[in-house]
Ligand binder design. Structure first.
Ligand SMILES: Cc1cc2nc3c(=O)[nH]c(=O)nc-3n(C[C@H](O)[C@H](O)[C@H](O)COP(=O)(O)OP(=O)(O)OC[C@H]3O[C@@H](n4cnc5c(N)ncnc54)[C@H](O)[C@@H]3O)c2cc1C
Ligand code: HEM
Length: 403
C-alpha cells in the first residue's frame, strides 16, 4: 500500500465514523441479497438488533484508525478470529465479503467515492483480510494438532438434558461419530448449529463449556432467553429448551476463545459472574478444584433470586469441602432464609462484601451482561486492581473495550 493510499484511508475515518453503521447495514443487505446462503452463517437475531453491524463497523474503524501501524490490532484480530474459527469461516468467505464491502462503499458514498478511494480501500481490505485469514488459518492448525482435535462442524448427540435452574438447562453433548472430544481450556466456548424452521435457515450460537476438560462430552448450560412476546423470544435458546432432547443430533465446532484460565496460573483467582455468565467460570472453578489448586479462590455471583440460581447446591458443596474457596452470592430479592444462609441483597457490588480481600497479584475473571461487566471492571480498578489482571467475556458480539 502506498503512502497516498494510507493518507486516503486515514482521511476516510471521519466519514466512516459518521456513516459506519449505515455502510455496514447496506453491506449486509447487499451481501444477503446476492449470497443468501450466508444467512446460515450469520446470527440473524443480531442482524435484527443491529449489534453485529455495530461490531463490524467498530472493527473497520479500528483498522482505518491504525492503518499506519496495524500491529496494534493483533489482540482484536485474535478475539474476532476465535469467533470466526468457531463459526467455520474460511479464506474463501473473505473474498465474498470484500466484494460486497467495496461495492457498498461505492454505493453509499456515491460521487464522494473516487476511484482512488475505492482502490485504497480495496488494498486496505485485502491487507486486513490477509491478516485475519492468516491468523485464523493458524488457529485452525492449532485445533487440528490438539489430541482428538478437529475443525469445522461435527455431529454431536445429546446424551443428557438436565435443568439447573428455572431458566438454565444443561445439555451433555457426545460425538455422534463415537470418537472423543478435544480437551477445552476452561473458559472456552463451542458453537452449536441448529435448523430453525421459522427462518428456514441453520443458525449458530456460542455456548461456554460449563464442564471441566477430561470428560467424554462437552456440557453447555443454556438460559432460555424470553422476549417481550413470542416473536422476540431468543431463537436458538428456546429451540434447545423446547425441541432438542436426549438422542437428538446437533452440529458443533471445536472449543475456541481466549477468555481462559492459563494452564500454568499460579496466583489467587477471583471469579465474578452475573446470571448465566456463571458457565465459563464454573468450568474454571471446577477445574481448579479438581487440580487441588492451593491459592485462594473467591467466587462472586449475582442473580435475580434463588429460583434462577443455577448450580447452587454444587457450589455450596465445594465451599463446604474446600477451605481455600470463599463464596459471596447476591440476589436482587432475598428471603429470610436466604439472608440466614449469608446471601447478600441487591446487585453484585464488591464494596458490600464483608472482608473481601482483593489481592494485587490475583487474576480476575468477569462474565455477565455488558452493564454488569462494566460495573465490576470499574469497581475493581477503583479498588486498585491492575487492569492487566482483569479478563472478561461478553455473551454477544464483543462491543466493550475496557482495557
Ligand atoms: C462467547 C459466548 C459464550 C456464551 N455462552 C453462553 C452460555 O454459556 N449460556 C447461555 O445461555 N448463553 C451463552 N451465550 C449467549 C448465546 O450465544 C446466545 O446469544 C443466547 O442463547 C441467545 O440466543 P438466541 O438464539 O436464543 O437469541 P436470539 O434469537 O439471537 O436473540 C437475542 C436476544 O434478542 C432478543 N430479541 C429477539 N428479537 C428481538 C426483537 N425484535 N427486539 C428486541 N429483542 C429481540 C431475544 O429475546 C434474545 O434475548 C454466549 C455467547 C457468547 C458470544
Ligand atoms: C475484514 C473482514 C472482517 C471483519 C473486520 C470482521 C469483523 C467481525 C467482528 C468485529 C465480529 C464480532 C466479533 C465478536 O463477536 O466479538 C465478527 C463476527 C462475525 N463475523 Fe466477521 N469480520 C470480517 C470477515 C468476515 C467474513 C469473511 C465472514 C463470513 C462470511 C464473517 C462472519 C462473521 C460472523 C458469522 C460473525 C459472528 C456474528 C454473527 O453471527 O452475526 N466475518 N466479525
Amino acid at each position: 500500500m502506498t503512502n497516498e493510499q494510507k493518507a486516503l484511508i486515514t482521511a476516510t475515518v471521519p466519514v466512516l465514523k459518521e456513516n459506519g453503521v449505515l455502510l455496514t447495514k447496506h453491506f449486509y443487505n447487499r451481501m444477503f441479497t446476492h449470497n443468501p446462503e450466508l444467512k446460515n452463517m450469520f446470527n440473524m437475531g443480531n442482524q435484527q438488533s443491529g449489534r453485529q453491524q455495530t461490531a463490524l463497523a467498530m472493527a473497520v474503524l479500528a483498522y482505518a484508525e491504525n492503518i499506519a501501524n496495524p500491529s496494534v490490532l493483533i489482540p482484536v484480530v485474535d478475539r474476532i478470529g476465535q469467533k470466526h474459527v468457531s463459526l467455520d469461516i474460511r479464506p474463501e468467505h473473505y473474498i465474498i465479503v470484500g466484494k460486497h464491502l467495496i461495492a457498498s462503499i461505492q454505493e453509499v458514498l456515491g460521487d464522494a467515492a473516487t476511484p482512488e478511494i475505492v482502490a485504497a480501500w480495496t488494498v486496505a481490505y485485502n491487507q486486513l483480510a490477509g491478516l485475519m485469514a492468516g491468523h485464523e488459518t493458524n488457529l485452525y492448525e492449532q485445533q487440528t494438532h490438539k489430541t482428538n482435535g478437529w475443525t469445522g462442524w461435527r455431529p454431536f448427540k445429546v446424551g443428557k438434558k438436565t435443568p439447573e435452574s428455572a431458566e438454565i438447562t444443561s445439555f451433555y453433548l457426545y460425538p455422534a461419530d463415537g470418537g472423543k472430544v478435544a480437551p477445552h481450556q476452561p473458559g472456552q466456548f463451542i458453537s452449536i448449529r441448529l435448523f430453525l424452521p421459522q427462518l428456514n435457515l441453520k443458525q449458530a450460537r456460542q455456548y461456554s463449556v460449563s464442564s471441566t476438560p477430561g470428560h467424554e462430552y462437552y456440557r453447555i448450560s443454556v438460559k432460555r432467553e424470553k422476549g417481550a412476546n413470542l416473536d422476540t423470544n431468543g431463537m436458538i435458546s428456546n429451540q434447545l429448551h423446547d425441541f432438542i432432547n436426549e438422542n437428538d443430533v446437533v452440529d458443533l465446532t471445536a472449543p475456541a476463545g481466549n477468555f481462559t484460565l492459563a494452564p500454568d496460573i499460579d496466583a489467587p483467582v477471583t471469579l465474578i459472574s452475573g446470571g448465566v455468565g456463571i458457565t465459563p467460570l464454573l468450568s474454571m472453578l471446577n477445574s481448579l478444584v479438581e487440580n487441588d489448586y492451593t491459592h485462594p479462590i473467591t467466587w462472586l455471583h449475582g442473580c435475580r433470586d434463588q429460583s434462577v440460581h443455577a448450580f447452587r447446591n454444587q457450589l455450596n458443596d465445594i465451599v463446604k469441602t474446600k477451605d481455600n474457596v470463599k463464596q459471596h452470592v447476591f440476589y436482587n430479592q432475598v428471603t429470610d432464609e436466604n439472608r440466614e444462609a449469608g446471601v447478600l441483597e441487591g446487585y453484585l457490588d464488591i464494596s458490600k462484601v464483608p472482608s473481601l480481600n482483593l489481592q494485587p497479584n490475583a487474576h480476575y475473571f468477569i462474565c455477565g451482561p455488558s452493564a454488569f461487566i462494566q460495573k465490576q471492571y470499574h469497581d475493581l480498578v477503583g479498588a486498585g486492581v491492575n487492569k492487566q489482571h482483569i479478563y472478561f467475556e461478553e455473551f454477544g458480539p464483543q462491543l466493550l473495550s475496557l482495557n
